[in-house]
Write a protein that binds this ligand. Structure first.
Ligand SMILES: Nc1ncnc2c1ncn2[C@@H]1O[C@H](COP(=O)(O)OP(=O)(O)O)[C@@H](O)[C@H]1O
Ligand SMILES: [Mg+2]
Length: 434
């Protein structure tokens, strides 16, 4: 029913040293970390061994990347590496098996690889780079200066010549040194942006800064290359890589190749969880951290990780301060807090509130402006135990009911909650409201 085809990201530039390999390898790690359920594979047509140095687990004997052009299906050739990323062993010298620049496209169409495939290429428009360009759904071209910008024209031409869509090419300002100014207040990034737009190139909405820390990851004497995610989290590049990954993910979803939406999968996974499972019940209110006792409070469940607890009604009021949704609260029903975008790059995320009656019918939906969501982010942080950067499509369902919180689960509250949750999830799935 759904097209769950592979989404191919080729990182290319005829210029060496623009950050291709750094971007390709780290993109694989970030995509996998941000979108756990997404299969991510990386291969390199270059003759250095950066991919091997980052992803090899122990000593391995996998077949090299040349085999991609052979008879075995590609999904049989990849092996699981570090950080959950699949890869293939690099090759010291690759020989073109023919002169068909669409060879790889055909191989990939035939194989059963799914998710995202990242291809790192050599700084030369040879057979392999052309194959990678023509198989690409998205081409990322790191650009650090005028020559590399001008060169993007050659990539565009190669796409057009081979019958691929030139709109798939996106420039990524890379190795940007914020201190260097071309004129008084024109930085390199501004210059690249202006010149790129003048030439009709698309530029991603982020960039990769030049960072000594990032440089040291691949230039130390150790044969292992460590990812920015694990070894350079304190750098600006960490955030920028997250932004770039979000960009790639959006392009992936825009093609329709993402197929079955992860949301649908998340919803199915949480549907059968019992409310108030022993050991998962937090005794303290997630807003004020004080114990919830007596009559005042609501039961809630944090749906993705199945943490449950109680929140004071006054604390809920305070969290909803800017919204005035309380006026519409039914006697019985539910209030769903949904964090759509992870707010990876800022402290706040995009949050929406969905108020339901007892039959799971929507009473109201409110979207909260990013700059007003600080209190909501606090709630998400406390209820999920996650930092904003780790959050992805989080949901908290608060049961609105007249029962006193501590008798809620013993009374019919738990059954009522399960029923309401099922109705709400069905509604969300059918209407793709989220
Ligand atoms: N963001 C960055 N900050 C500082 N140095 C970087 C950054 N990205 C890459 N480098 C360094 O620049 C050099 C070239 O990077 P690399 O990713 O190998 O480029 P390419 O694959 O285009 O040749 C390497 O020494 C690498 O460590
Ligand atoms: Mg390289």
């Amino acid at each position: 029913m759904h097209d769950t085809g592979l989404f191919v990201v080729t990182v290319a530039s005829e210029k060496g040293g623009v950050g291709k390999t750094t971007i390709a390898t780290n993109l694989a790690v970030y995509l996998k970390a941000l979108f756990e359920e997404l299969p991510v594979t990386i291969i390199s047509f270059d003759n250095h061994f950066s991919v091997d140095n980052m992803f090899t687990i122990g000593s391995h004997h996998g077949r090299s990347v040349s085999a991609v052009f052979g008879a075995t299906a590609i999904d049989q050739l990849v092996q699981l590496g570090e950080y959950g990323v699949q890869f293939m062993v690099s090759e010291r010298q690759m020989h073109p098996p023919d002169d068909d620049v669409k060879h790889l496209s055909r191989v990939l169409a035939r194989g059963a690889l799914t998710g995202i495939l990242i291809i790192d290429t050599r700084p030369i428009l040879d057979y392999f780079t052309r194959n990678a360009l023509l198989a690409a759904d998205l081409v990322l071209a790191p650009v650090k200066d005028r020559p590399s910008l001008v060169n993007a024209g050659a990539l565009q031409q190669a796409l057009v010549d081979g019958g691929n869509d030139a709109e798939r090419l996106w420039l990524v300002p890379s190795l940007i040194d914020g201190r260097t100014k071309l004129k008084e207040d024109v930085g390199i990034r501004d210059f690249i942006l202006c010149s790129a737009v003048e030439r009709g190139f698309q530029v991603v909405d982020t960039f990769i800064a030049k960072s000594p820390k990032v440089e040291s990851l691949s230039t130390s004497f150790s044969s292992r290359i460590y990812p920015i995610l694990t070894h350079a989290r304190g750098t600006a590049v960490h955030k920028q890589m997250q932004e770039l990954s979000q960009f790639v993910r959006r392009r992936y979803e825009a093609t329709g190749k993402a197929g079955d939406k992860p949301l649908a999968r998340i919803l199915s996974a949480i549907e059968d969880q019992p409310p108030g499972r022993a050991g998962h019940l937090a005794a303290d209110c997630p807003v004020c951290k004080n114990r919830v006792t007596g009559q005042d409070g609501y039961f809630y469940q944090e749906l993705r990780h199945h943490k449950t607890g109680f929140v004071h009604s006054s604390c809920l009021d305070q969290t909803l301060n800017a919204v005035e949704l309380q006026m519409l609260f039914p006697d019985r029903g539910g209030l769903l807090f949904y964090l759509a975008e992870t707010g990876l790059t800022c402290e706040e995320g995009a949050v929406s509130l969905h108020l339901y009656d007892d039959e799971g019918e929507v009473i109201a939906v409110e979207n909260i402006a990013v700059d007003e969501s600080a209190r909501l982010m606090h709630l998400f942080r406390m209820a999920t135990g996650l930092e904003p950067g780790e959050m992805f499509r989080e949901m908290i369902l608060v049961a609105l009911s007249p029962e006193a919180p501590l008798t809620f689960l013993d009374s019919d509250g738990a059954n009522g909650f399960s029923r309401l949750r099922r109705l709400i999830l069905e509604d969300l799935r059918e209407n793709e409201t989220l």
